[in-house]
Design a protein around this ligand. Structure first.
Ligand SMILES: NC(=O)c1ccc[n+]([C@@H]2O[C@H](COP(=O)([O-])OP(=O)(O)OC[C@H]3O[C@@H](n4cnc5c(N)ncnc54)[C@H](O)[C@@H]3O)[C@@H](O)[C@H]2O)c1
Ligand SMILES: N[C@H](CO)Cc1c[nH]c[nH+]1
Ligand SMILES: [Zn+2]
Length: 817
């Protein structure tokens, strides 16, 4: 608060202000406690004149007002206590816990206040003036004497802001305009273009009420805080001659914009609109507020939190607007609360507190509720951008939150090796092991339980995967002579030691073992290590995984999962060899740990890609078979509660949508993992599009791990796909075939990373080395170019390496510089 005088009030304060409203423009006041009739009168003053930002009290001794009274006043909007008594200050601080910064001790020698209250020059005691002695002239003079201008036209730069301190524009004031503005409490300035006094809104109707005036730190500009009035009931008030709210355009942001929109809707919304219904139906509005508040309490990720908080603000604001309560009232209330120096404990009312037992009951109840509900996907239209944004955001925790959990795990394993690895296995997988690895040759007992059918199925799948990946193997050296005598080549080498992560949390995935192991073998990696969480029942890994491990020649299986398994393979432990690259999918802990280690130069370990919770996007049209569509959605939904499935429908009829929904519900209820499916479907959606092009645009935006096309002439549309891990074309191509046996790899980028990553393939297990050989002729052809560019880079050593040779070859004169 920066104003050059501080009006001092006694018990007749309310009358004085009512008579001389210009006094409020100071924005500050000092109330002399002695002359007030108790606290109630002071509180009355504060509540009456809310535009005063700073209301202080002057106190001489604690016999007049007790310490408790002072605390009560500070809790009710008084910002500061002024006193000349150092003892009184000490007593308020020590006995009544008043914060020191809320007490201003007049310095008797200089009589100036501490910095916080500095105005244009030192704020001396002489600037405190009895309010009843402040005439309009004196008030105006106090402003005029405090400002200066170095402009030739002697005008004062004036910044105009609204009551929320949003900048409306920059104008100029003259001595005369300041006088009119303060006398009438209106926006009045000086127009340089018309060279005359400019009363804002005189012609446009967009008038201004002046709330307060401030002077800046060095006294060369003014700030007018105003309330903008519109020129008719519904039009938004504009400040600028271009009819915008401010000279910098519309003030379109934040809660104030929402407030304005809702105020407008209250008057103008059509009778049958949702907002009108909301305003007319108290029960609906209250129910929505409760619903959103509950959803906010359940939100976890930052995306969910901001989403739910925004919804709650929306409905809370609707209730305020409906009841004529403005954001300013809320802000004043917050200010009041902020000024409080004693606070309630902040406990919640008993009816909102659940003890452990109630929480469990509520969860069971919630789950029962869910169980009784049909397993339906949410349906939205592609034209609703907000809905689409929400629908295609992945249900995952923020990376920083997951990293917070994963970092200590990785650090511990890095530092303590096997000991930490075994401890985490006990903690997260519930099994106490004596050694964390199983070494090849793997014990025979593992294979005994495997049926012939299982072995043949695994063999068939492995063979198809081998064929497809062998075809990708690049063993030939590529040779290109870029210029005569300049031969460049590129050849591959296998990455020597690879660590393959095979998930085993909610389901054990031997298929992942073969999807990673087979290409590693095809690429001829020298050492293959598997890692997979041990089974809770017996601490072993599944025989199918061990079967695949032996077929692909893995040397060890690390009996651990999650971030700890990744860390063990990245840094190595007493019994786990350090690898050069870690590959394989996993939950968020696995993915976060992979991201962590690939950024740690000490680990010197790369990764394949972020391959997290499975996801699928199905594009279907009216001719698609609803049962097929539902089965594809469910095959990925059953992976985990954090999986997501999206159906993009092209011109679907209501009938088709219902058929798909019914098929989802029917088929889901027959699955053993129905509980997982139910939770996954809760954040999965049907998006309705009006053309194939729009549908593929949507799919490219989502960049799904799996894209299934159940549309007519599906193959024709593959050319529209820009981002996807793997595509399944036509109605007889279920995604499950790619998961197990067709030959393509199922380790694919999720979270939308299909925009920049490919799925696992044979080259994921290779690195490529380039080589070159240059003859004297070649040097002649490119040498000068090399020297020229090296020179501009200031790297003479580079230049010299060419120059020396060319000189010896006689290609350059010996005195060549
Ligand atoms: N993108 C792909 O290519 C692909 C392929 C197959 C599977 N998947 C996905 O892989 C995932 C496998 O996940 P999963 O959980 O079943 O198995 P997982 O093996 O990835 O994770 C299990 C491990 O997570 C750790 N863990 C569990 N809770 C923890 C906690 N609170 N703190 C720290 N660590 C914890 C434990 O150590 C446990 O061993 C699924 O989401 C599936 O959809 C993806
Ligand atoms: N669909 C998974 C990849 O997202 C892979 C898998 C393994 N088993 C069954 N499915
Ligand atoms: Zn799958």
């Amino acid at each position: 608060m920066v104003f050059p005088i501080l009006p001092l009030y006694g018990s007749n304060s309310i009358d004085i202000v009512n008579k001389n409203r210009f006094l409020l423009l100071a924005g500050q006041s000092l109330l002399d406690c002695v002359s007030f009739n108790g606290q109630a009168q002071i509180i009355d003053f504060v509540q009456k004149f809310k535009e005063l930002k700073l209301v202080s009290i002057y106190l001489n001794d604690l016999n007049e007002f007790s310490g408790d009274d002072v605390v009560n006043l500070l809790n009710n909007g008084i910002s500061t206590v002024f006193t000349k008594q150092a003892v009184l200050k000490e007593s308020l601080i020590n006995e009544f816990n008043v914060p020191a910064e809320r007490i201003v001790l007049f310095d008797s020698k200089t009589s100036s206040y501490p910095n916080k209250f500095v105005v244009v020059d030192d704020f001396k005691e002489s600037r405190i003036i009895n309010a009843q002695d402040i005439s309009l002239g004196l008030f105006q003079d106090s402003i005029i004497n405090a400002i200066r201008t170095d402009r030739d036209d002697k005008l004062y730069t004036t910044l105009v802001v609204d009551e929320y301190e949003k900048c409306l524009g920059l104008v100029y004031s003259s001595l005369e305009s300041i006088k009119i503005a303060t006398e009438k409490k209106i926006g009045c300035y000086y127009s340089r273009s018309r060279n005359e006094i400019w009363i804002k809104g005189l012609t446009s109707g967009n008038t201004q009420d002046l709330v307060s005036i401030e002077i800046d730190c060095d006294g060369d500009s003014l700030k007018f805080v105003v309330i903008q009035n519109g020129n008719n009931e519904s039009a938004k008030p504009s400040f600028c001659h271009l009819n915008t709210e401010s000279c910098f355009g519309e003030l379109n942001y934040g809660l104030q914009s929402l407030e304005k929109t809702l105020k407008d809707r209250l008057i103008n919304a059509p009778e049958d609109s949702y907002t009108k219904r909301l305003f007319n139906d108290d029960d609906l509005l209250n129910a929505k507020i409760k619903e959103e508040a509950e959803e906010l309490t359940e939100a976890v990720t930052s995306k969910e939190l901001s989403w739910e908080a925004a919804d709650l603000f929306y409905f809370a604001m609707a209730k305020l607007v409906k009841n004529g309560v403005s954001l300013r009232h809320v802000e004043n209330n917050l200010k009041m609360k902020h000024l409080k120096i004693t606070r309630r404990r902040g406990d919640a009312k008993p009816k909102f507190i659940q003890n452990k037992k109630q929480k469990v009951e509520a969860k069971v109840e919630g789950e029962r509720d869910l169980t009784n509900k049909k397993i339906y996907l949410n349906v939205i239209k592609s034209s609703n951008k907000d809905d689409v944004e929400k629908a295609i955001s992945r249900p995952i925790q923020k990376t920083s939150e997951i990293m917070h959990l994963v970092n200590p795990i990785v650090q511990n394993v890095k530092e303590k090796g096997d000991k930490a690895l075994l401890e985490y296995t006990e903690k997260f997988d519930g099994i106490k092991l004596s050694t964390p690895v199983l070494c090849a040759p793997f014990p025979k007992e593992y294979f005994e339980g495997l049926t012939q059918e299982m072995k043949e199925s695994l063999d068939l799948s492995m063979e198809n995967v081998r064929k497809f990946h062998a075809a990708q193997l690049q063993t030939e050296t590529m040779v290109v002579e870029t210029q005569p005598g300049v031969v460049c080549s590129r050849f591959s080498r296998p990455i020597e030691r690879v660590g393959l992560y095979i998930p085993g949390g909610t389901a054990i995935l031997p298929s992942t073992a073969l999807m990673l192991g087979v290409p590693a073998k095809v690429a001829k990696c020298k050492e293959i290590i598997f890692a997979s969480p041990p089974r809770k029942s017996d601490g072993k890994v599944s025989p199918e995984v061990v079967y695949v491990a032996s077929k692909v020649g893995a040397s060890k299986i690390v009996l651990a999962g999650g971030a700890q398994a990744v860390a063990a393979m990245a840094y190595g432990t007493e019994s786990v060899p350090k690898v050069d690259k870690i590959l394989g999918p996993g939950n968020q802990f696995v993915t976060a740990a992979k991201m962590y280690i690939q950024n740690d130069t000490q680990a010197l370990c790369s990764i394949d890609m972020p391959a997290g919770p499975s996801e699928v996007l199905v594009v279907c049209d009216e001719n698609a078979d609803a049962d097929f569509v539902a089965s594809d959605l469910l095959s990925q939904a059953e992976h985990g509660v954090d999986s997501q499935v999206i159906l993009v429908g092209v011109n679907l009829s209501e009938k088709k949508i219902l058929e798909v929904q019914d098929a989802v519900d029917r088929q889901a209820n027959e699955l053993p993992r129905v509980d997982i499916v139910r939770k996954c479907i809760a954040h999965s959606t049907i998006i309705l599009c009006e053309s194939y092009e729009e549908a593929f645009g949507m799919s490219n935006k989502y960049a799904p791990e799996h894209l299934i096309l159940q549309i007519e002439n599906a193959q024709k549309y593959v050319s529209l796909v820009d981002n996807a891990g793997s595509i399944f074309v036509g109605q007889y191509t279920p995604e499950s075939c790619g998961d197990y046996s067709s030959g393509t790899n199922h380790t694919l980028p999720t979270y939308g990373y299909a925009r920049q990553y490919s799925g696992v393939n044979t080259s994921t297990f290779q690195k490529f080395i380039t080589s070159q050989q240059i003859s004297p002729e070649g040097l002649q052809n490119i040498g000068k170019a090399v020297m020229c560019v090296a020179k501009v880079e200031g790297l003479d050593g580079h230049r010299n390496a060419v120059k020396i040779r060319m000189q010896k070859l006689g290609q350059l004169p010996t005195d060549f510089e």
